[in-house]
Design a protein around this ligand. Structure first.
Ligand SMILES: Cc1ncc(COP(=O)(O)O)c(C=O)c1O
Length: 279
């Protein structure tokens, strides 16, 4: 059927879907979201994504209107109606519609929106060759663990990366690497992975969690501590994790080669192990 939307319990073609201009998501970014992809037509790590959606909603005092079972049913129905080979599911819950005022009434009815579009994966050539990144100051707020609609710093960072001919912006706060604008950042040195710890300064990625588990199973050590800027540039391997980027090697940062300038063996091994999980 093609691109689908879901608005407050009703499915309709995406092109005809709309919400009020007084929605607080539109006016304040007052809401939370998730992005989930399918592998072989099935939403991947759905429970982890829905658990994070609940945590995000709770953290901003937003009533999450549906149970896990109901969400699962809606997503399966949306994927079936859209009928793409692989789908990208976007879910957004906002505080609802009200005349513009920063403060809100507690009984507002949340607006629940979902879109189902065709997933266009990164080309195998890009996955194999790796990507360029730039570094930028992490100017975001102190609750990056909430997957909030307020993405302006991420938007500006990703755009700066794009204009520099790079794929991702790696964010650095006080000399410490936090994450990317749309991904988590993991560095590899001597069969040890280092990545920022879970907490308010990063979005705790579902893919990050899967990859760290696989790494431990492979006998790699995992240090959840902030890599310094120097460590990032000196690392033999750096890679990104995320729902749409999967495990993506970074081969140049700010124009300087990482390691040999080609994806390293640990990154390739983890990328392979990750793909095995998705089938
Ligand atoms: C800022 C940020 N960090 C990390 C991630 C990766 O999270 P996940 O693996 O759950 O997609 C994302 C994904 O959108 C993100 O926006």
């Amino acid at each position: 059927m093609g691109e689908m939307a879901f608005v407050n319990g009703r499915f309709l073609p995406l092109a005809g879907a709309s919400v009020s201009i007084e929605d607080r998501g539109f006016q304040f970014g007052d809401g939370v979201y998730e992005v989930i992809r399918t592998y072989r037509g099935r939403p991947f790590m759905l429970h982890a994504h829905l658990a994070r959606l609940n945590r995000s909603a709770e953290a901003i005092g937003l009533r999450q209107p549906y149970s896990l079972e109901r969400w699962t049913g809606y997503m399966e129905e949306g994927v079936r109606l859209a009928a793409f080979t692989e789908s990208k599911i976007y879910v957004q819950i906002t505080r609802g519609v009200a005349p513009r005022d920063h403060a809100y009434a507690p009984q507002l009815e949340p607006t629940v929106v979902m879109t189902i579009r065709e997933l266009h994966p990164l080309s195998p050539a890009v996955q194999t060759a790796g990507v360029d990144a730039i570094t930028l100051d992490d100017i975001r707020w102190g609750r990056c663990d909430i997957k909030s609609l307020n993405l302006l710093p991420n938007v500006l960072a990703r755009q700066q990366a794009k204009e520099a001919g790079a794929f991702e912006a790696i964010l650095v706060k006080n000399g410490e690497v936090t994450e990317g604008s749309v991904s988590n950042v993991i560095i590899v040195d001597n069969r040890t992975l280092m990545t920022a710890p879970e907490g308010p300064r990063i979005l705790s990625g579902v893919t990050r969690e899967v990859v760290l588990r696989l790494a431990r199973q492979e006998g790699l050590e995992v240090h959840e501590q902030y890599p310094s800027r120097e460590k990032l540039f000196g690392a033999p391997e750096v890679f990104l994790t995320g729902t749409t980027v999967e495990v993506l090697p970074v081969v140049r940062i700010d124009g300087k080669p990482i390691g040999s300038g080609e994806p390293g063996p640990v990154t390739r091994q983890l990328a392979k192990r990750f793909m095995q999980q998705t089938g």
